[in-house]
Design a protein around this ligand. Structure first.
Ligand code: C2E
Ligand code: MG
Ligand code: MG
Length: 649
C-alpha cells in the first residue's frame, strides 16, 4: 500500500471520528436547546393557567389541573409540601414527593424542568406511570400559589414531541458537517497527493543527480560501480569479459592554470561527449572527477578488444578541441583491466586499471593493459607519497643543494639557487621533478615550501656567520601565490633567521600567475614591496607573453635551459633567447640563463647581453659545505672570464 493511500485511509478514519464527535456534541446541544425552548413554553402556559387557579373551589381545582395539560402535555399534578393534591393521571395520590433537584428549586420559587428517562426515586407515582408509557418525558416544575398556599405544579410532556424537531436540526447539522468535512478531506488529500508527487519527482531528480556527473552529464563513479557490478555478474553467466579503461588527460592542469577553470570545464564537457560518441553502444563513459574519465566495456572476447577500444578513444581525442575561441590539443593515457583476467570485482578492476594507467603515463606508451609485474612499480609510487609526508620533516631525507649563479661579464658569484633533494631511506635519491610533482598533486607542496624556505634562510645565516655573504633563490610553488598568508610567512622566516630581505629571491613559474591572476598579482605585489627579488623561472616554456609579464612586479626572467642548450645551433632557440634578452632589457628586467654547460654558450650569452648565468659549466648543485669550500677556492683562483664578454665591456 502506498504512503499516500495509507495517509488517505488514516485521514478518513480521523475525519470520520472527528465528524462523529462534533455531530454528537451538536446533537446534544440541539436537544438541550429544543428541550429548554419547549419547557419554557410550558412554564409560561402553566403560569398563565395558574393565574386563575386561586379563585377556584377545591372540586374544580382538580379539573384545573387537567386544564394545565396545555399543548402537548400528557399529565399534570399539583403538590403541596409532600402531598399530591391533584393530578390528571388518575394515579394513586398521597405518595411522598421527594424534595430534591428541580422540585426543591421550584419550591424555592425557580421554575425548571427535567429530562426524565428512567424512573427513579425522585419521580412521583404519576411520573413513573407516564414514563412507563412514554419512555421519555420532559417534566416542567413551576411554583404557583393557590389560595396563598405555595404549591408546585408539575406538567409532563412526552419527549417524542421534541424529538422530531431535534432530528430535523440534527439532520441539517449532520449534512452540513459531512459536506464541510468531505471538502476539507478532499482538499487535504489533493494537497498531500500533489506534494507527494512533487517529492517523488524531486527524489527521482536527486537519485539522477547522485548518479550523474554534474559537469559533463556522464555517469559518475557510483553509477559506474553499479553498472560494472551488474555487467560483471552478467558476464560471469555468459562467459564474456568486462573491461574497465581509466583515462587520465596529460597536462590538463595547465589548461586550468593558464586559460581558467571556465575553459577547463568546457573542455572536459567536450571531451566527455567526444569519448561517448567514439565508444557508442560498446560501453559507457563515466567521469570520475578532475580530468579522470573511465569507460566500461561489455561483451569483450579478449583483453585485446579492450586495448583496441582504448586506442580508439585516444584517437578520438586527436582532433583539436575548439573551446571558447581557443584551439586546444588534448592527449591522455589509458590503463586497461579486464575480467576475469585481471580481477573479478569492480574494485579490483579499478585498482588494476589505475596501476596500468600510471605505467602508461610514465612510460609514454599511451595505452597499457594491466599485467601483474606492473603492480610493484605503482605500489612504490603510492608508498612514495606517504614517505614524502614524513621526509619533509626529516633533515636526513630532505636537504638542499645550492647551485651558484655568476655575473656573465665579471664571472663573480651573485647568488645561489636552493634545490630540494630527497634521499629516500630505501629508494635512494628521488629526482625533484618527480617528488615536487607528487607534492603539487597532494597539497604537500605548502609544508615542503615552508621547510625549504626555512632551511635556505638558515643556511644563508650560517654562511653569513662564517663570513660568506650569499644571496639565495628559492623555488616557489604556484599554490603559494594563492595563499594570502604567504608574504607574511616569508617575512616571518626572514625575521626568524635575521636575513636581510635583499638576500632572498623567489622563483615562480609564469603559469603560476595565470590560474588566478588577480590574487597572484596581489601577493606578488606584497612580496615585491617588501623588497624581495622576484624571478620568472623556466621562462619561455609557459603560455604568457612578454606583454603580460610587463604587468607583473617581477625583476628578472630565467630563460629555460632547453633554449640555452639550443643556442649553439643558431636555430630558432637562439632567436628566442636573443629576443627574450632584448625584450627583458627594454622592460628593465635582468636576465638569467639556466643550463649553461659550455664556455661557448657563456660567451654567446655575454655577447647577447645576458646578465647572469647558471649551469653545470659553473657548478652542479652542491651541498652547503661543499659550496662554501668551492666559493673560497674560487676566491683564491678566479676563473678566466669569457673573451667576448671582455670585448663587450
Ligand atoms: P629549476 O628551478 O628550473 O631548477 C633548475 C634545474 O636545472 C635544476 O634541476 C638543476 O639541477 C638543473 N640544472 C642546472 N644547471 C644545469 C645544466 O647546466 N644542465 C642541465 N641539464 N641541468 C641543469 P633539479 O635540481 O633537478 O630541479 C628540477 C626542478 O625541480 C627545478 O627546476 C624546480 O622547478 C623544481 N624544484 C627543485 N627544488 C624545488 C623546491 O625547493 N621547491 C619547488 N617548488 N620546486 C623545486
Ligand atoms: Mg628554479
Ligand atoms: Mg628553471
Amino acid at each position: 500500500m502506498s504512503l499516500v493511500t495509507r495517509f488517505a485511509l488514516l485521514c478518513l478514519v480521523l475525519f470520520a471520528a472527528l465528524g462523529a464527535g462534533i455531530g454528537y456534541q451538536l446533537h446534544n446541544l440541539v436537544q438541550r436547546r429544543e428541550t429548554t425552548a419547549v419547557a419554557n413554553d410550558m412554564i409560561v402556559a402553566v403560569r398563565f393557567g395558574a393565574a386563575g387557579f386561586n379563585s377556584l373551589d377545591s372540586s374544580t381545582k382538580s379539573r384545573a389541573a387537567t386544564a394545565l395539560e396545555a399543548g402537548q402535555a400528557v399529565g399534570a399534578e399539583a403538590v403541596y409540601k409532600d402531598t399530591v393534591l391533584y393530578d390528571s393521571t388518575g394515579h394513586d395520590r398521597g405518595a411522598p414527593v421527594p424534595v430534591t433537584g428541580p422540585y426543591r428549586a421550584a419550591l424555592a420559587g425557580n421554575a425548571g424542568y427535567a429530562d426524565l428517562r428512567t424512573p427513579s426515586c425522585a419521580c412521583t407515582p404519576a411520573a413513573r406511570f407516564l414514563l412507563a408509557r412514554y419512555h421519555r418525558l420532559v417534566a416542567v416544575y413551576v411554583p404557583i400559589s393557590i389560595g396563598r398556599v405555595p404549591m408546585l405544579a408539575m406538567v409532563y410532556m412526552p419527549y417524542a414531541a421534541i424529538s422530531s424537531a431535534v432530528a430535523k436540526d440534527t439532520q441539517t447539522i449532520a449534512f452540513t458537517l459531512a459536506i464541510g468535512l468531505t471538502i476539507a478531506y478532499l482538499t487535504l488529500f489533493r494537497l498531500v497527493s500533489r506534494s507527494s508527487r512533487r517529492l517523488h519527482r524531486q527524489m527521482d531528480l536527486n537519485h539522477q543527480l547522485a548518479l550523474t556527473d554534474a559537469l559533463t552529464g556522464l555517469p559518475n563513479r557510483v553509477n559506474l560501480e553499479d553498472r560494472a557490478a551488474r555487467a560483471i555478474a552478467d558476464a560471469r553467466g555468459g562467459g564474456s569479459r568486462v573491461g574497465l579503461l581509466l583515462l587520465d588527460l596529460d597536462r590538463f592542469k595547465d589548461v586550468n592554470d593558464t586559460l581558467g577553470h571556465h575553459v577547463g570545464d568546457l573542455l572536459l564537457r567536450a571531451i566527455g561527449s567526444r569519448l561517448q560518441d567514439a565508444l557508442g553502444d560498446a560501453g559507457t563513459v563515466a567521469r570520475l572527477g578532475g580530468d579522470e574519465f573511465a569507460a566500461l566495456l561489455t561483451d569483450l572476447a579478449s583483453p585485446a578488444d579492450a586495448e583496441r577500444a582504448a586506442r580508439a578513444l585516444l584517437a578520438a581525442l586527436d582532433a583539436p578541441f575548439e573551446v571558447d575561441d581557443a584551439t586546444l590539443d588534448v592527449s591522455g593515457s589509458i590503463g586497461v583491466a579486464v575480467t576475469p583476467d585481471h580481477g573479478t570485482t569492480f574494485v579490483e578492476l579499478m585498482q588494476r586499471a589505475d596501476i596500468a594507467m600510471y605505467v602508461a603515463k610514465d612510460t609514454q606508451d599511451r595505452v597499457t593493459v594491466f599485467a601483474p609485474d606492473l603492480d610493484t612499480h605503482s605500489r612504490s609510487r603510492l608508498t612514495l607519497l606517504g614517505d614524502l609526508r614524513r621526509a619533509i620533516d626529516d633533515p636526513e631525507q630532505l636537504t638542499l643543494h645550492y647551485q651558484p649563479k655568476a655575473d656573465t661579464r665579471s664571472g663573480a658569484i651573485v647568488g645561489v639557487e636552493a634545490l630540494a633533494r630527497w634521499n629516500h631511506p630505501t629508494e635512494g635519491n628521488i629526482p625533484p621533478d618527480e617528488f615536487i610533482d607528487i607534492a603539487e598533486r597532494t597539497g604537500l607542496i605548502k609544508p615542503l615550501t615552508d621547510r625549504v624556505l626555512d632551511m635556505a634562510l638558515h643556511q644563508v645565516a650560517t654562511w653569513g656567520a662564517a663570513g660568506l655573504d650569499i644571496h639565495v633563490a628559492v623555488n616557489v610553488s604556484p599554490r603559494c601565490l594563492l595563499d594570502h598568508d604567504f608574504p607574511a610567512q616569508v617575512a616571518r622566516a626572514l625575521a626568524a633567521h635575521a636575513v636581510p630581505v635583499d638576500h632572498l629571491e623567489l622563483e615562480i613559474t609564469e603559469n603560476a600567475v595565470m590560474s588566478e591572476p588577480g590574487r597572484a598579482l596581489e601577493i606578488l605585489d606584497q612580496l615585491a614591496r617588501s623588497g624581495i627579488t622576484l624571478s620568472i623561472d623556466d621562462f619561455g616554456t609557459g603560455y604568457s607573453s612578454m606583454a603580460y609579464i610587463r604587468q607583473m612586479p617581477v625583476h628578472q626572467i630565467k630563460i629555460d635551459r632547453v633554449f640555452i642548450a639550443g643556442l649553439a645551433d643558431q636555430g630558432p632557440d637562439a632567436a628566442i633567447v636573443r629576443s627574450s634578452i632584448d625584450l627583458a632589457r627594454n622592460l628593465g628586467l635582468t636576465v638569467v640563463a639556466e643550463g649553461v654547460e659550455t664556455q661557448a654558450t657563456w660567451e654567446h650569452l655575454a655577447a647577447l647581453g645576458c646578465d647572469t648565468i647558471q649551469g653545470y659549466l659553473l657548478s652542479r648543485p652542491l651541498p652547503p659545505d661543499v659550496l662554501a669550500a668551492w666559493l673560497r677556492q674560487r676566491d683564491q683562483h678566479p676563473p678566466q672570464r669569457p673573451t667576448s664578454a671582455l670585448a663587450t665591456t
